[in-house]
Design a protein around this ligand. Structure first.
Ligand code: GLC
Length: 538
């Protein structure tokens, strides 16, 4: 395989940045972020050096699950603006040489979507079969034992038509029946609508949920379930309700349609173990371009486990499969809250030096932490449904902290932000960090820029060098340039002595900037929570 001849595309070379639109920037003083707000902040994103923006759903929605319950796939929710605002945003993103990725939610609609309203109107409505309807068991119980991710049964009884419908998430989010060709066609039309407008791709919500077992067999018990700790959904293993073989026909269909357009991308949201995940690349590259790799979110922060996962992933990728890594998103606690602010710097270096497209979650570049939300202010249905488990996703969805003015520049002083800001925003904000040499933002920007400048980092080879209970060491190499990355995931100093003739190199970026520009040789030592990127002397 000749690397030099291969053409690499924007979604391989660049960094993706996720915006949760409710929380990025409010432009009309209602306390909720919107499209014109994002437009105002494009200078910042360009300055940061990111390639593509993925925006969580912006479509008309009753907001039962904050936009992931869509009532019109080809409209814009008035909270976020108008179609003109969208068109302007897209044009402006493109003018700056960046890309815009939309969130596509094909697994379910809102219960207020006209399709569902028709479907539930009568058993013989032409759209009845667009959703998953089934009779009750003789004793009136639901057709099978499938559970909702957000708690309780996955089935909801409909009094009017005397049947149950299936919803993997809220009862306000009925699952579409993807075995029905009309549903497939309708969603392809949705994709076409946005692709024709020029959007650069889709992040496809819960891709592994989209097709369910035809026979609707009961899911088996999860023997590792920990009551009162795990969410109730984990009582069962979703063997029949997710990751069914037929999903690959659907993904292939989405890919084929996308391939009719130039250089667009399909990213799949998929929480599965590595060996299942990589099947979503399809065969000979006919599946998703980037099945999201959430290993760094779902694993414990243990250097040996992470090093093993990197190797398993690299080893399992199909020959034409491009890797990707994600540190955070709107469904999980923020990285700085999971592993602490010092390790968050190490994590950033890992994310931005691994082989494969990195996805950044807004605010992580400032070291934003999860914000405690008082019980009476909780908005997330997952949090509201399971109040004792501390699983609300609100803490990771709070407004972006732009400056030290009231409401952090997210919205005007007399508006109430939809989720509260933390007291620390006066210190932790873009304005403060932008010019500060030692800030997280400055550090992130350096990492993003180095990655963009150096082919070794965005398309180079990855080679694992060493890992133990404290550290991970690897190289990234392209043509005659080789970077060594050494990351200390522990709080104590660590030492690495390269085998062979020894090695000398210059520190290019370090979590402790004082080290940058210095030379290291032979035994490399790092303080606790340190990481370095070193250019090896040849
Ligand atoms: C995805 C979204 C999440 C949403 C769920 C149901 O996991 O990321 O926010 O609640 O799908 O649509």
């Amino acid at each position: 395989m000749s690397d030099t001849k291969q053409e690499y595309l924007w979604w391989q070379k660049g960094v993706i940045y996720q915006i949760y639109p409710r929380s990025y920037q409010d432009s009309n003083s209602d306390g909720v972020g919107d499209l014109r707000g994002i437009l105002q902040r494009l200078d910042y994103l360009e300055w940061l050096g990111i390639e593509a923006i993925w925006v969580s759903p912006i479509y008309p929605s009753p907001m039962a699950d904050f936009g992931y319950d869509i009532a019109d796939y080809t409209g814009i929710h008035q909270l976020f603006g108008t179609m003109e605002d969208f068109d302007e945003l897209l044009a402006e993103v493109h003018r700056r040489g960046m890309k815009l990725i939309l969130d596509l939610v094909p697994n379910h609609t809102s219960d207020q979507h006209p399709w569902f309203l028709e479907s539930k109107s009568s058993r013989d409505n032409p759209k009845r079969d667009w959703y998953i309807w089934n009779d009750a068991n003789e004793d009136g119980t639901p057709p099978n034992n499938w559970l909702s991710v957000f708690g309780g049964s996955g089935w909801e009884w409909d009094d009017t038509t005397q049947q149950y419908y299936y919803h993997a998430f809220l009862k306000e989010q009925p699952d579409l029946n993807w075995r029905n060709p009309e549903v497939q066609q309708a969603m392809m039309n949705v994709m076409r609508f946005w692709l024709d407008k020029g959007v650069d791709g889709f992040r496809v919500d819960v891709m592994w949920h989209m097709i369910k077992d035809k026979q609707l067999r009961d899911n088996p018990k999860n023997l590792d379930y920990a009551p009162n700790v795990d969410v109730t959904y984990n009582e069962l293993i979703p063997a029949y309700s997710t990751d069914q073989p037929e999903i690959h026909d659907i993904v292939r269909m989405m890919r084929a349609l996308t391939d009719e357009y130039d250089k667009r991308v399909i990213i799949g949201e998929i929480y599965l173990p590595i060996h299942r995940l990589v099947t979503y690349y399809g065969q000979n590259g006919n599946g998703a371009h980037l099945p999201f790799n959430f290993q760094l979110i779902t694993m414990s922060w243990d250097p040996q486990r992470i090093a093993t996962a990197i190797d398993e992933y690299e080893g399992a990728l199909p020959p034409d499969g491009w890797p990707n890594w994600v540190l955070g998103n709107h469904d999980n606690p923020r990285i700085a809250s999971r592993i602490g602010i010092d390790q968050a710097r190490v994590a950033a270096m890992l994310l931005l030096t691994l082989r494969g497209t990195p996805t950044l979650y807004y605010g992580d570049e400032l070291g934003m932490r999860d914000v405690p939300i008082p019980p009476d202010k909780v908005k997330d249905p997952q949090g509201l449904n399971m109040p004792d488990l501390n699983v609300s996703r609100d803490p990771a969805r709070t407004p972006m902290q732009w400056d030290d003015s009231p409401n952090a520049g997210f919205t005007v002083e007399d508006a109430e932000p939809w989720l509260p800001l933390p007291g620390n925003y006066k210190r932790i904000n873009v304005m403060n960090q932008r010019e500060a040499k030692l800030s997280m933002l400055t550090y992130y920007r350096k990492l993003v820029q180095l990655r963009q400048q150096e082919p070794a980092l965005h398309i180079g080879n990855f080679k694992p060098i060493h890992s133990d209970k404290q550290m991970i060491v690897y190289t990234r190499e392209y043509e005659n340039k080789c970077f060594l990355v050494m990351l200390n995931l522990s709080h104590r100093p660590c030492y690495y002595t390269p085998k062979g003739e020894g090695l000398r190199g210059k520190v290019i970026i370090a979590t402790e900037p004082e080290r940058e520009g210095t030379y290291l040789e032979n035994t490399l030592s790092l303080g606790g929570d340190e990481g370095i990127i070193m250019l090896i002397d040849k």
